[in-house]
Design a protein around this ligand. Sequence first.
Ligand SMILES: Cc1cc2nc3c(=O)[nH]c(=O)nc-3n(C[C@H](O)[C@H](O)[C@H](O)COP(=O)(O)OP(=O)(O)OC[C@H]3O[C@@H](n4cnc5c(N)ncnc54)[C@H](O)[C@@H]3O)c2cc1C
Length: 412
Amino acid sequence: MTAPNSAASDTPVTNRNILISGASVAGPVLAHWLRRFGFHPTIVERAPSPRKTGGHAVDLFGPAVEVTDHMGLLPQVQRLRTRTERLALATGSRGRPVDINVAALAGLLSDKHIEIMRDDLSVLLHESTGDTEYLFGDSISRMSQDDDGVSVTFESGPSRRFDLVVGADGLHSNVRSLAFGPESRYARFTGAYLAVYSLPNFLGLADTAHVYNTDGRVVAFYRAPAQDELRAIFLFRTGDPLDYHHRDVRHQKSLLRRHFEDVEWHVPRLLSELDAAESFYFDSITQIDMDAWSSGRVTLVGDAGYSPGPAVGGGTSLAMVGAYLLAGELKAANGDHVAGFAAYEDAVRPQVMNARAFGANAATTLVPRSVAHAWLTVQLSRLVNAAPRSLVRRLTGTRHGPILNTPLPRYE
Ligand SMILES: Cc1cc2nc3c(=O)[nH]c(=O)nc-3n(C[C@H](O)[C@H](O)[C@H](O)COP(=O)(O)OP(=O)(O)OC[C@H]3O[C@@H](n4cnc5c(N)ncnc54)[C@H](O)[C@@H]3O)c2cc1C
């Protein structure tokens, strides 16, 4: 890692014009810090407009809370937090659910934690990027780099030159495919699938999320506060990857129904809303496993480079911390991408390795292998309100939570 405020900081900054693909979490955090450090970021985002409030709940753990604080956004993020305070964890048709304190659970993973809806976070981050140029409803169709920069052609037609390009475009990154080759080379299937959709708040839920475990399957639902609606989340284990087209929502819904049709609890009610659900997400829980994230003038940040798997490994925190480190190391190297990208990779690698190990472990332990495993998980969860961190970390198989609680370098 380059020492912040190194002697190089007196020389002029090079490579100022930076194109970022993706405007969710990593993209706007990177743009915010690049602007602050004297660069000119431009963001291209495939969605036609900025995100609206909604999406799924995500976690900001220790270092990501620190980045949020340095960005001056902590009060707004605190105000928008989800306010889910309890988890009611159940298994089988009999027996009372175990009541788990969310703060105690999160405290076992990190010294600081805030849960927020991803799109609420994204809107705040977007607003913090000032006069950054946004190209909504567009995508990079071609890129070629030479010694002086990168020529980029957009789907909408025009071509432009940039000094550097950063892929912050998520698990199925377009920039990664263009610069590093097909996703299949880097995607590691964890053996589980994930589906999420919205439905009316039929139970009048406020601060309690409900979770149900059974063999090979987990179902949960919680309240999205801004819309007063529920998000239902389903995780299920399959031996092999499922065969479906990523745009065939009808088929995905039928796969989900087939995997949960014999589950009791609130599942029949949740599934009765499935056909009407507009915001439906379905994907494998897949990690992106790359040893290096830069190729010449192109680099990757967030899920694009190192997704630890959706919903299992603290991907949002990793995306925020990765974006902060990338901007900081570029600044510390005065825009020299060779030195800056190398220092960024060194700085983010320990975080990535930890989150990857945590995510892989969580994907196998969160979804029980059998009815007995489901029962055991519920019994063990009784410990959460009082257990020492070391015990839970041993049970989850990592020494740390999803993201290391190490102090971040300051670049200002
Ligand atoms: C259902 C679900 C539940 C999750 N739960 C949690 C959780 O509990 N805790 C947690 O920490 N994390 C969770 N995650 C993971 C978290 O959402 C991601 O790790 C995080 O959003 C990564 O941010 P990112 O900016 O790297 O990528 P993303 O948030 O995936 O954003 C990528 C952006 O790139 C855009 N894009 C895609 N393709 C292109 C293109 N060709 N051109 C231009 N733009 C493009 C997308 O529209 C999007 O705006 C969950 C994810 C899912 C899907």
